[in-house]
Design a protein around this ligand. Structure first.
Ligand code: UDP
Length: 314
């Protein structure tokens, strides 16, 4: 596709800011829209003086107007940490529903390609393992996580409806537990463990730590997202790292890599916490030849290094 100008909601968030930087590095003009509810302006600070980068402090649950031509609309705005979305349940539902609708309307008006950040959470607490895109999921529609899960499921549904009703060209990546530099402490497990290990505080393992996640380093994730954007496949595609670890293994690795003497403590498992999660990435491999390259240890080393530098004086 001829991609010259992109609009990204949630562009000051963790993943959004990496996308902004990568698109700018490719010479693509970027309009970053963010209400800074869970995003941070520091994430895009290096881009603020760049004439090809515009920051708009705006909440996309309201009507979105962007002057000029737009080739791609990427909807990445949403609280993404369970702690954040439980603190902002209505806002999370609104940005997944009204926000997706407004960004779809923008894409339609501009004749742009549309991408919505979906999630492994659409599979809920999965009974199929690893998860393939044709699995419908196992979500509690009224549980505490439903504000995120159902918002994202609605986001997928309305995106497909725009494709069928209006012929809009749409992409739906399902994203699995991304980590890396700029993941600030927001309750997500990698951020908690790195912060706790570096401070010498106990690492808080929820439950017995036997639940699994498959962690994808942010540079790999961004590469996969752009691969999907540029290929011609409409419909959900898993974009995640298929290497699966228990939460206990993650805690042990973080302790080892930081050289910390922190103990681990067990805390209650949150309601509906998925027991296992691993993407089947056969479709992404086939469609755009993508495969993550950064192993967990290497990615954690880079994350820890960033964390040490970022919080050196605090
Ligand atoms: N978790 C944990 N300790 C923490 C934070 C999270 O044991 O301090 C667990 C959590 O219960 C879940 C996994 O780590 O099983 C991943 O949690 P996260 O909040 O990062 O994202 P999720 O994949 O649940 O959306």
């Amino acid at each position: 596709m001829d991609l010259r100008r992109a609009v990204i909601s949630g562009g000051a968030g963790f993943l959004g800011s990496h996308l902004c930087a990568r698109l700018r590095a490719r010479g693509i003009e970027v309009v970053c829209v963010d209400n800074l509810l869970t995003g941070h302006i520091e994430n895009v600070e290096p881009l603020l003086g760049d004439p090809g980068f515009t920051f708009m402090h705006y909440d996309v649950t309201n009507y979105v107007h962007i002057p000029g031509a737009v080739d791609a609309v990427l909807h990445f705005a949403s609280p993404a940490s369970p702690v954040d979305y439980l603190n902002h349940p209505i806002k999370t539902l609104k940005v997944g529903a009204l926000g997706t609708h407004n960004m779809l309307g923008l894409a339609l008006a501009k004749g742009a390609r549309f991408m919505v950040a979906s999630t492994s959470e659409v599979y809920g607490d999965p009974e199929v393992h690893p998860q393939t895109e044709d699995y419908w999921g196992h979500v509690n529609p009224v549980g505490p996580r439903s504000v995120y899960d159902e918002a994202k499921r609605f986001g997928e549904a309305i995106t497909m409806a725009y494709h069928h009703a209006h012929g809009l060209d749409v992409r739906i990546p399902r994203i699995f537990n991304v980590y890396g530099p700029r993941l600030r402490r927001d309750g997500r497990v990698v951020s908690n463990f790195v912060a706790q290990a570096l401070a010498g505080d106990p690492l808080t393992i929820y439950g017995d730590g036997s639940q699994t996640r498959s962690f994808c380093y942010v540079d790999d994730e961004v590469e996969g997202l752009l691969g999907l954007l540029e290929c011609d496949h409409v419909g959900p595609v898993n974009v995640g790292n298929p290497n699966e670890f228990t939460v206990r293994e993650l805690a042990e690795t973080v302790i080892e890599l930081t050289g910390s003497s922190s103990p681990v403590v067990n805390e209650p498992l949150p309601a509906d916490d998925p027991k296992q999660r691993r993407p089947d990435i056969g479709l992404a491999r086939e469609l755009f030849g993508w495969e993550p390259k950064v192993a967990l240890r290497e990615g954690l080393e880079r994350t820890i290094e960033w964390w040490r530098r970022e919080y050196r004086d605090q």
